[in-house]
Write a protein that binds this ligand. Structure first.
Ligand code: NAI
Ligand code: MG
Length: 488
């Protein structure tokens, strides 16, 4: 008789041995300067800050904090590049650089995926299979447009705007950089990009890729810094375009400060996406869609399906299946290939999540959290959902931006639409039903920029993305994504 080793019997049937991606794939410098005019140099502020690994709390490296004088230098560098090289270069030539950048992202994809997971806390499975391939795909896609702008539907001779200032958040660092840079560059603009303060790493690696690709100096400048750096960019009147992705609150501030200027603005802000499950939906697929809608990227997703609207007759069944599925989610080391849910990006974000979850409990909703063990170091939150949620609860109205789902019910399609639209936001929704006619009926009545049918959180560079109402304006991706960077 073979004896089962004690360690085996103590593991439950679904445990896996760790399959780790090595952190040593990424060679980080001990400090990074600002990327201005094609090379890294020290900030005029002489200030630095640390970027940390949220899964451990350890410092990964130190980056420069750009101030007003650095914004000025970056704008001048981008202006020179715009006038001397980039805007006068034939589109086919710009395309060559963009193709080169896309290929280099692919070549360095393992390194970029590990760096993204270290800096952001997201599972390597996501950075490796989603963030980095999609970032490359955006450069490939817009490279294809660079010499065909006159066929994009914006007139026979569309012109670039000039120098674009781009401010991005921390939830999809490299992907958001690519969403912003690729269409702007294809259209002939030059850029000053500011990554978020908690996730500057992959933007700095992208700067190295620009050097490798021999992108002319000044075409892209990267300023690391915090909200003050972002505010200094918005206050600088040398930009011909400002594009922002982040919180609705900061989006409002930017909108106000540009109100008196003629600078075109694109805002991609928060959301409170409704994922609507009808009683005829394929139930197991729908449960997977619910999981993907809210637990993908720890729920740090502007278009997350954070409000589940489920047909009353299947509510109990869906909740039972969801409970089982939530308990199976593996929470832990982002570099473990088996991890489903990684670390919360920062302690500030963790506090916001905790505060809203406490509000949910005190307002009378019923909480269920996975009983998974959380690592002792770093910032973590167990996958959670609330039942008995009413539309007036804060957890049904405010963006939690974490692994927390609010479940509401409906009885008729009309009620589903009314509840889904009962939010100041309008970014994304999901509809699950076997009936195409019902899906279309609902989709036509939903006030949201993106609607997924029998799927959720699917992204493609050819497809426009953006919101209505307080979720912002302007589109990124697709032919539409060029419009914000052309003088049309
Ligand atoms: P945030 O909006 O403060 O940060 C986004 C970017 O804006 C960062 O690069 C930041 O440095 C910059 N920024 C901050 N203040 C600025 C200012 N006054 N002028 C110009 N740029 C400025 O977002 P934060 O504080 O990290 O997150 C707060 C909440 O915002 C989250 O809990 C979430 O609900 C929401 N959020 C939504 C995102 C989305 O993709 N829709 C992304 C990030 C956050
Ligand atoms: Mg970090």
């Amino acid at each position: 008789m073979t004896k089962v080793p004690a360690t085996w019997s103590s593991l439950n049937a679904l445990s896996y041995a760790p399959a780790l991606e090595s952190a040593s794939i990424v060679k980080l410098r001990t400090e990074y300067g600002l990327f201005i005019n094609g090379s890294f140099d020290a900030p005029r502020t002489n200030e630095q800050f640390a970027t940390i690994n949220p899964a451990t709390g350890e410092t990964l490296t130190n980056v420069a904090r750009a101030g007003e004088a650095d914004v000025e230098r970056a704008v001048q560098s981008a202006r020179r590049a715009y006038e001397k090289t980039w805007s006068t270069m034939p589109g086919a030539q710009r395309a060559k650089y963009l193709f080169r950048i896309a290929r280099l992202i692919q070549e360095r994809s393992r390194e970029l995926a590990v760096a993204e997971s270290l800096d952001n806390g997201k599972p390597i499975r996501e950075s490796r299979d989603i963030d980095i391939p999609l970032a490359a795909a955006h450069f490939f896609y817009y490279a294809g447009w660079a010499d065909k702008l006159e066929h994009a539907g914006f007139g026979t001779n569309p012109q670039p705007l000039g120098v674009a200032g781009q401010i991005i958040p921390w939830n999809f660092p490299l992907l958001m950089a690519s969403w912003k840079l690729a269409p702007a560059l294809a259209a002939g603009n030059t850029c000053v990009l500011k990554p978020a303060e908690t996730t500057p790493l992959t933007a700095l690696l992208l700067a190295e890729i620009f050097q490798q690709a021999e992108l002319p100096p000044g075409v892209v400048n990267i300023l690391t810094g915090d909200g003050e750096t972002g505010a200094a960019m918005v206050a600088h009147r040398g930009f011909n375009k400002i594009a922002f992705t982040g919180s609705t609150e900061v989006g409002r501030t930017i909108h106000r400060s540009l109100a008196a200027s003629a600078t075109p603005l694109t805002l991609e802000l928060g959301g409170k996406g409704a994922n609507i499950i009808f009683d005829d939906a394929p139930i197991d697929e729908a449960v997977e869609g619910i999981i993907d809608g809210i637990f993908f990227n720890q729920g740090h997703v502007c278009c997350a399906g954070s409000r589940l609207l489920v047909h009353e007759s299947i509510h109990d069944d869906v909740v039972a299946r969801l409970t089982r599925r939530v308990d199976q989610l593996r929470v832990g080391d982002p570099l473990d290939k088996n991890t489903d849910v990684g670390a919360i990006n920062s302690s500030e974000q963790l506090e916001r999540i905790k505060e809203l979850v406490a509000a949910g409990e005190s307002e009378g909703a019923t909480r269920y959290s996975s009983s998974c063990e959380l690592p002792s170091k770093g910032t973590w939150f167990a996958p959670t959902f609330f039942t008995n949620v009413s539309n007036s609860h804060r957890i049904a109205r405010e963006e939690i931006f974490g692994p927390v789902l609010s479940i509401l019910t409906f009885r008729t399609p009309e009620e589903a639409v009314a509840k889904a639209n009962n939010t100041p936001y309008g970014l994304a929704c999901g509809v699950w039903s076997e009936k195409g006619s019902r899906t279309l009926w609902v989709a036509q009545r939903l006030r949201a920029g993106v609607i997924w049918a029998n799927s959720y959180n699917k992204f493609d560079p050819t497809s426009p993305f953006g919101g209505v109402k307080e979720s912002g304006f302007g589109r990124e991706g697709g032919r539409h994504g060029l419009e914000g960077y052309l003088n049309v």
